[in-house]
Design a protein around this ligand. Structure first.
Ligand code: UDP
Length: 324
């Protein structure tokens, strides 16, 4: 049995689906503060909060848990700047609770949702796992605190973990059963699709004076199914008794600018909409592109849906389903 915390959320629900389709049984543990009940179509849902240590203990008592995949976290950079304490509490302290209960029940396999935000403003591109860690907001800081704890637990205790540092998750399940559904939405692709569907009058580009060919920020958009596949491979990696704890970047390896994303959305949706240039958003690096060679070599992982048009096509299909 695999415990999937945050399995009602965007990335967690896609991983939960894949696990069930790959023969694993799952329990989703989610407080539904950001996730959706409808997204848990596979496995069992426990609606509870990780700060409730007794409840977490009960789940471990009642089920034969082999491994934990930990997605439950707040993930808005802007909110983390407003309320850092909330991020440290939910993302760090609740993870600490979970790890303590795992230790009590001798469950030693842990897969952690980490982030490219650990690298802050990178000094070199593409970003390997060896790049300097220097988060520039409380969200990234809270994730780094967990990674540091995981390293200690693994160096000095029985824990074996894989930390997966995601770049920009995008797209939706190809069967269109689940997808991205944040409220409020802050991510570029769903916001652009909101403009295409008429839910908003225009899309704003946050800065067009970056050091990139078209002046807008470049990001590495990785399809959520490819992320899910990496989690499955990370679990299989941890199931091999001689494999050590490890850390992997997950990106598709090519960068797309904000303007590329907008143009591709216009092409895929066949809708023209207004585009405005606005001020830079604080803390946005010019370029974030992953070097995911390590995941390729060790996990034998390779992203399959790497074309921006295909990624946006899947997001658009889902976007229409939940908005029309
Ligand atoms: N962005 C934008 N307009 C928006 C939302 C985002 O220009 O309405 C830009 C943002 O500044 C960044 C990129 O799109 O350069 C991706 O932002 P997102 O919030 O999707 O992901 P992040 O890279 O912050 O994790």
């Amino acid at each position: 049995m695999i415990l999937v915390t945050g399995g009602a959320g965007y990335i967690g629900s896609h991983v939960n689906k894949l696990l069930n389709n790959s023969g694993y049984e799952t329990i989703v543990f989610d407080n539904l503060s950001k996730g959706h009940k409808y997204a848990v179509k596979w496995g069992k849902l426990v609606n509870a909060d990780l700060s409730d240590t007794e409840k977490v203990r009960e789940i471990f008592q009642e089920n034969d848990i082999d491994a934990v995949m930990h997605f439950a976290a707040f993930s808005s950079v802007a909110e983390s700047v407003e309320e850092p304490e909330k991020y440290i509490q939910n993302n760090y302290e609740n993870t600490l609770n979970l790890l303590q209960v795992m230790k009590e029940f001798r469950v030693n396999k842990f897969i952690f949702s980490s982030t490219a935000a650990l690298y802050g403003i990178p000094k070199s591109i593409p970003i390997t796992e060896e790049n300097e860690l220097n988060p520039i907001n409380p969200y990234g800081e809270s994730k780094l605190m967990v990674e540091n704890l995981l390293k200690d637990e693994s160096d000095f205790g029985p824990l074996k973990y894989v930390s997966l540092r995601y770049f920009n998750a995008a797209g939706a399940d190809l069967d269109c059963e689940i997808g991205e559904d944040h409220n409020p939405e802050t991510h570029l692709i769903p916001l652009v699709l909101d403009a295409a569907i008429g839910k908003r009058g225009s899309i704003s580009i946050f800065g067009d004076d970056y050091a990139t060919p078209d002046g807008t920020c470049i990001r590495d958009y990785i399809h959520v199914n490819d992320l899910a596949d990496a989690h499955l491979k990370a679990l299989q990696y941890l199931e091999e008794p001689f494999n050590d704890s490890n850390i992997f970047n997950l990106g598709n390896g090519s960068g797309f600018s904000v303007k590329d994303v907008i143009e591709t959305c216009k092409k895929v949706t066949d809708v023209d909409f207004d585009v405005k240039i606005e001020e830079r958003r604080p803390g946005d690096p010019d370029i974030l592109i992953a070097d995911s060679k390590k995941a390729g070599e060790i996990l034998k992982w390779k992203p399959e849906i790497t074309n921006l048009e295909d990624i946006i096509e899947s997001a658009w299909k889902w976007h229409k389903k939940i908005n029309l």
